[in-house]
Design a binder for this molecule. Structure first.
Ligand SMILES: Nc1ncnc2c1ncn2[C@@H]1O[C@H](COP(=O)(O)OP(=O)(O)OP(=O)(O)O)[C@@H](O)[C@H]1O
Ligand SMILES: [Mg+2]
Length: 366
């Protein structure tokens, strides 16, 4: 397994000039040896482009890639010694399941007893032991994809294993199992794993570090917890969470924060206050999980008009609006206390607490 250093950018067309010309904007990042990473972002943000630069399927239009300090920018995928699992199964229909799993090892001249041992191990992990002697051709799509995963995992000598949305064809229940399996396998083998997905649940449960991408840019790299608690950019706040973070327009006026015509003086670090004062206008970010019903006129709470209160099963989702020239929509995840709320009611929601984040030009104020 290898440490992977990226210092690159990629444009598919010639002579890139503006940011929009780049599928990947200049990126300087290190994947540590043995880490489990996810590349997470919406369609077209550059995930596959980045993965293909790492594997060698694509040569970045500028910059370098190093594996353990060695420049591999010009090396082929074979030379880079990478295992890659794609969205759709890549297996040999004419072979048995066992032969499919053994193929990457036999291909590299691994001795037969080692092959048997390793194939047995990987088959066991993926619950394929009972079907090792079956022909692959008759299997359903998700069973075939399990074989693809197994083929990716079977070699121990690879620099890294790259997955590009490998669970797309898998049904939801099995998906959940396989995600957990991959996590276990990572724990056991300490492989460098890079996993592309646009599904936040998949990324957050699987990876130790998630690289959140937006329009060719890595906007934040962090643990699930960091992405949830302190989104570095409003995009991350929106994208992570269900529903995403709420944003309220805030202003600095006469020594206090003004939201919807009301004044607030939350306890904040002096440098945060100074930054808000200097900016004048900013956004206040608060997650639906951290909004709570408060008594009327609570100094940290915001009056809102309830638009809708829905029982989601494990929580109540309350949609509300803050009106005062700048209408902002809020979503709160509340407990059963929300059952009493009716459309048109005025409710008070605590907007300021230790989880509240502030954004100037979409960037988090430290
Ligand atoms: N071969 C190509 N030639 C030209 N442009 C491309 C090519 N492949 C991708 N692009 C463009 O580069 C950008 C990034 O694409 P990429 O496939 O890396 O995104 P992605 O994050 O993997 O998306 P998805 O989730 O849909 O797979 C997109 O604007 C896409 O249209
Ligand atoms: Mg893709």
């Amino acid at each position: 397994m290898a440490r992977i250093d990226l210092d690159l950018a990629h444009a598919y067309g010639p002579n890139p000039q503006r940011d929009e010309d780049y599928a990947l904007l200049p990126l300087n990042f290190t994947f540590e040896d043995g880490g489990a990473y996810a590349l997470l972002g919406p369609s077209g943000c550059g995930k596959t482009t980045l993965l293909n630069c790492i594997s060698g399927l694509l040569r970045p239009s500028q910059g370098t890639i190093r594996f353990d300090g060695v420049d591999v920018t010009k090396a082929s995928p074979q030379e880079r010694n990478i295992a890659q699992v794609f969205q759709f199964p890549v297996i040999y229909d004419t072979m048995t399941v066992g032969e499919n799993l053994a193929f990457p090892l036999r291909n590299r001249g691994v001795p037969a007893d080692k092959v048997r041992e390793r194939v047995g191990r990987v088959a066991e992990m993926l619950d394929l032991s009972a079907s090792l002697d079956r022909r692959a051709s008759g299997l359903a799509a998700d069973a075939k994809q399990k074989i693809s995963l197994g083929r990716g995992l079977v070699r121990q000598d690879v620099s890294a294993i790259l997955f590009d949305e490998p669970l797309t064809v898998i049904d939801p229940h099995l998906k959940w199992q396989l995600r957990r399996k991959l996590k276990e396998i990572h724990h056991e083998f300490r492989l460098t794993l890079i996993y592309v997905t646009h599904d936040q649940t998949e990324a957050l449960t699987f990876a130790e570090q998630v690289v959140v991408m937006s329009r060719g840019k890595a906007v934040q790299v962090g643990s699930a917890d960091a992405l949830f608690e302190r989104p570095a950019h409003t995009f991350v706040g929106h994208f992570i969470g269900s529903p995403g973070m709420n944003f309220l327009p805030g202003h600095w006026r006469d020594g206090a924060i003004e939201v919807a015509g009301r004044r607030y003086l939350p306890e904040l670090p002096p440098q945060t206050l100074a930054a808000l004062q200097a900016a004048g206008d900013f956004k206040i970010g608060v997650r639906p999980e951290y909004l709570q019903l408060a008594p009327e006129n609570d100094p940290q709470a915001l009056p809102v008009r309830v638009e809708r209160a829905q029982d989601i099963g494990t929580y109540w989702l309350v949609t509300a609006t803050v009106a005062n020239g700048e209408t902002a929509m809020l979503r709160a995840r509340l407990g059963t206390e929300a059952a009493a709320l009716r459309t048109g009611d005025t409710a008070w929601l605590t907007a300021f607490n230790r989880h509240t984040c502030f954004y100037i030009n979409e960037e988090l104020v430290p």
